[in-house]
Design a protein around this ligand. Structure first.
Ligand SMILES: [Fe+2]
Length: 238
């Protein structure tokens, strides 16, 4: 069973379309998204419409929850005052431009999805099993991975939120961060999609990097009234 995961699309319709076309060539059995559909780029409604049109199910991210419920804060962590200010402007922009359809869609997303494939229990969530705004980086101590795995009985856990893809295998359990379609932060501006092949005796992972017109989206970010800061971040995969 070949399953594709789109993490953190963040209002980037060009990246989503390119990723979708690229993974279609691999004939996946199913495609899921991992939440955080708006913010940082202006095409939040186009992204939601695309997901609905193509029947792509997914889970709710912290950004989706915050936008859908008109929260004061997106639940994102800022490392300095500039980042905090920029995050706030992006969040305010997104709340002002999101459609009623998009909001309802985000509000109704489940926080987790569980299914069994080839005898393996698969568990999807945005960031971690219990908190959707905790940053589960690859270099967290193994103890952290154990603690998260203990919150469920899954064999394969797939999530996003940090915008940096990785896979770790610990004690027979597979941990996959799908990276980000629309706002990679690993220095590679290309869209990232995780292609996971679940076989009876193996789980194979490919992080597909898909080129698209990054500059076109960067220009649209600046034109939309979102800070240029996010156009620059997009250009550099930062
Ligand atoms: Fe995100």
């Amino acid at each position: 069973m070949k399953i594709v995961f789109f993490g953190d699309i963040h209002g980037n319709i060009e990246a989503l379309k390119a990723a979708y076309d690229a993974v279609a060539l691999q004939n996946p059995d199913k495609i899921y998204h991992l939440g955080d559909l708006g913010g940082y780029a202006p095409f939040v409604n186009e992204v939601v419409d695309f997901l609905i049109k193509h029947g792509i199910e997914g889970v709710q991210g912290n950004y989706d929850e915050a936008v859908a419920n008109d929260r004061e804060h997106c639940g994102c962590k800022a490392e300095d005052p500039l980042q905090e200010e920029m995050a706030h402007r992006s969040f305010a922009w997104t709340k002002a431009h999101v459609s009623a359809t998009s909001k309802a869609y985000m509000k109704n997303l489940p926080t987790e999805i569980k299914f069994t494939s080839e005898g393996k229990k698969v568990w999807l969530f945005h960031a971690t099993p219990k908190k959707y705004n905790l940053y589960w980086y690859e270099d967290r101590p193994e103890k952290f991975f154990h603690e998260m795995a203990e919150k469920g009985d899954a064999d394969v856990m797939i999530y996003g939120h940090i915008h940096k893809p990785y896979r770790k295998d610990i004690n027979g359990k597979v941990f996959i961060n799908a990276g980000s379609v629309g706002k990679p932060k690993d220095g590679d501006p290309r869209a990232c999609a995780a292609v996971v092949d679940i076989e009876p005796d193996a789980v194979k992972t490919e992080f597909l990097r898909v080129p698209y017109d990054v500059e076109k989206v960067a220009v649209e970010i600046s034109k939309s009234g979102l800070p240029d800061y996010f156009a620059e971040k997009l250009r550099h995969g930062a």
